[in-house]
Write a protein of this length. Sequence first.
Length: 312
Amino acid sequence: MSEEQKQAWAEDASWSSSRRRGKGKLAEGSKAVDADRQAAIEKAVESAVEEARPGLDKIPDPVEPAGEGALTSEEVERLRQCEAGIALAETVWFMQGKSLDTIATGRLFRTTPHKLDPERCYTTIEDWAWTEKGVRPSKCSQLRAAWPIGEVLMARGYETNPGQVRELVPVKNAFSLNAAVAVYVLVAESVGAEKVTADRLRETIKLMPGDLRLEDDEDPDVLAKTIKGVLLGELPAAAPAIPPAVTRAVDRRAIDLANGLERSRIPRSEVQLQLMQAFSDPEDSTVFDIVLNRMRAAEKAARTPGRKPNKK
């Protein structure tokens, strides 16, 4: 190998080595940047978690007023923090109910040794809640019954509190969850959402007739209108009971209707609305005539013993 070739090879080797060193430094720099970015992300997450973390230390200590008249900026912030604590307590009430219901439904207490008798495990949610958490049996049942109402109302954007929801539990037990939500919706629409109180809900429920009949799966907004109509005397409290066979037939036809319209599902309330609109259509009496003929046939059959009404 000539001297010129040796020198060229050395230069190439030196350049390759420098390039490798450069790549190594870039890699190290990239790793450092990634580490810094990861540290920044972790710090941001920790800050967010700390900000969202509930705790007594997040509530400012009681202090005397800064003066008379308008609140200072510090007092405004202190008020905001206290209001957030109160709102959190209301949400926690529903969280507690849902937690108890989840534990009860899954019998998640079944392998926990009894605090007073470690030789056996808990057999009921009431015993577990009272012994382990100090929640009385009546309170446990109340919390479990109330949380679904609170969850739906909060999802609808209503600012509720435990006192209001407790008034709705009897409606949920007597009718359905949707009916309980409907009562709240009715009162909110009547007086304004910001003026809903436990007393107003209680008084409205007292006005509901004992023979009131409501569809279990009806939309709360539709049920609210139904209840309002009953309370105003515009609708009868007890409509004729719909035979289960008819309800099943309607649901089957609703599925056929949904398939024909290429929709996943059509609620019964929408079918009823369309039927009512078709029945009252002044331009097309087809549905009205069919109903009229069916009712005439039924009345005629009722007057003729042993004869069944014409179903055509």
